[in-house]
Design a binder for this molecule. Structure first.
Ligand code: PFF
Length: 454
């Protein structure tokens, strides 16, 4: 197929783009409430183990496949294993990314609405009674969430139309430093609240009694979700990395940024939650119900500061969600451009239409379609659990099996050392290859099957 391929201009640009994909709602919205539900620091420890021994091998597997071929998931697997069904695995992962972006964009839309609410000073102290109930009435509304979902997906589409270098790279380069500054500012505010110490203790003192099998599976799932694994986005971004770049450094750099951001978000959210005397395991509503309540109740002492923090907080969520959604859309667009020969703009329009429609169904499942159930779940819950509990894990498992058992060992080594350019990587190659070939597939396989049977 005749198309020009962009290459990230530098290692920093590649890491920023991949970290942009990784840092998102998973870090700010999911991580704090999962830590809250599963025993604080004990969960964080398991999460760290899962990241090093399971997520990093998947991350590197995706990077190896992408960079080796400079193609998206479908084309890459078709090229490396011609005449086999592996290319369908590539296609499956692309479909997963399209399902995720559909419901992800609904939550991204909520952050658009909350940003406007914060700007309109709706979280002022005199309204604190209504603030918690605002969320329920907003998401069950028919049109407002759809409008916000459309705006969010539209913004995503505009960045992706501009291309990898002019759109994705440029946006990530600006937004990543901004995100870190914002989350640190919010964390400082949160830590300064009276009673914040308890929230800090909750995050650093492990409670192993709450660490059951489901917490371990959740830690693994959260780590995959947070690093955008198993759905071909890291593979797609890696296909734009230069041959001379060090894949291990970019993998480690991205994971460290992602981890750091999740921990900062934990310290931004939990101390505020404890300061307001709210239950930390409040679930998915934590950032949309609890935090606005905190902003408004704290606003009694510092109305200006708390209004500014509320605006910054929802702006952070919006930017973080956008840098992730562009990576998902790009994965689908790469397929249509490379394999079907479509123009980038046409590919974006087609995928916008599909994900917008599915996203509308997800959005309506909080309101008029709340009675429609698939396997006992609403449409939103079904899409979330199908991808997070099933497809991402399966995709991650298959990527490690592909690199560990289907690709030639010499090719894997060649990618990990960038053709011998990084001799230090050759020293850790054996260990990394062992993780990719045995440890990751066995552990992920066991958790996957156990989850299916439970
Ligand atoms: N890693 C993103 C987050 O933590 O919010 C979510 C995500 C992005 C999942 C991209 C999958 C993906 F392909």
């Amino acid at each position: 197929m005749d198309h020009k391929r962009d290459i990230f201009s530098s290692r920093r640009a590649a890491i920023f783009a991949m970290a942009g994909s990784a840092i998102g709602l998973g870090n700010i919205w999911r991580f704090p409430y999962m830590v809250g539900e599963h025993g604080g620091a004990a969960f964080i420890l398991v999460y760290l183990f899962a990241t090093v021994f399971l997520s990093l091998p998947i991350f590197l597997s995706e990077s190896i496949i992408g960079r080796r071929t400079h193609l998206g998931p479908y084309g890459a697997m078709a090229k490396l294993a011609p005449g086999t069904p592996w290319k369908h695995v590539g296609l499956l992962t692309i479909c997963s990314a399209m399902i995720i972006i559909s419901f992800y964009s609904v939550v991204g839309g909520w952050s658009v609405d909350y940003l406007f609410k914060a700007i309109r000073l709706e979280f002022l102290p005199e309204r604190s009674e209504q603030v918690s109930s605002m969320f329920g009435s907003m998401i069950s509304n028919t049109w407002l969430p759809i409008l916000c979902h459309t705006a969010f997906l539209g913004l995503t589409a505009v960045i992706v139309v501009l291309g990898v270098r002019k759109g994705i790279e440029r946006f990530s380069k600006i937004s990543m430093p901004v995100l870190f500054v914002l989350i640190v500012a919010i964390m400082c505010y949160s830590l300064s609240l009276p009673g914040a110490g308890e929230g800090v203790a909750y995050l650093v003192k492990p409670d192993f009694s709450r660490l059951d099998a489901s917490a371990v599976a959740s830690a693994m799932g959260q780590s995959f979700f947070s690093l955008s694994l198993g759905v071909g986005t890291i593979l797609t971004y890696s296909s734009h990395i230069r041959k001379s770049e060090n894949l291990i450094t970019s993998g480690l750099g991205t994971s460290l940024f992602d981890l750091l951001f999740a921990i900062l978000a934990g310290f931004a959210v939990m101390p505020a939650v404890f300061a307001a005397g709210i239950e930390p395991g409040a679930g998915p509503g934590l950032i949309f119900e609890t935090l606005p309540y905190i902003f408004s109740s704290m606003g009694v002492q510092m109305p200006v500061l708390s209004s500014v923090i509320a605006i910054l907080f929802f702006l952070t969520i919006l930017i973080a969600a956008l840098t992730s959604s562009i990576s998902m859309l790009e994965t689908g667009v790469t397929y249509l451009v490379e394999e079907k020969g479509l123009r980038r703009r046409t590919a974006v329009i087609i995928l916008f239409g599909f994900t917008w429609a599915l996203g509308c169904l997800c959005s309506l499942s909080f309101g008029p379609l709340s009675g429609v159930k698939l396997f006992g779940k609403t449409i939103f819950e079904f899409c979330d659990s199908l991808t997070s509990d099933f497809l991402m894990t399966l995709g991650g498992l298959l990527f490690t099996l592909f690199v560990g058992w289907k690709m030639f060992r010499a090719d894997v080594r060649d990618e990990l050392t960038s053709g011998g350019l990084y001799p230090a990587n050759a020293k850790i190659f054996k260990f990394t290859y062992f993780l990719i070939r045995y440890v990751a597939p066995v552990v992920i396989g066991v958790v996957f099957v156990t989850n299916l049977l439970m």
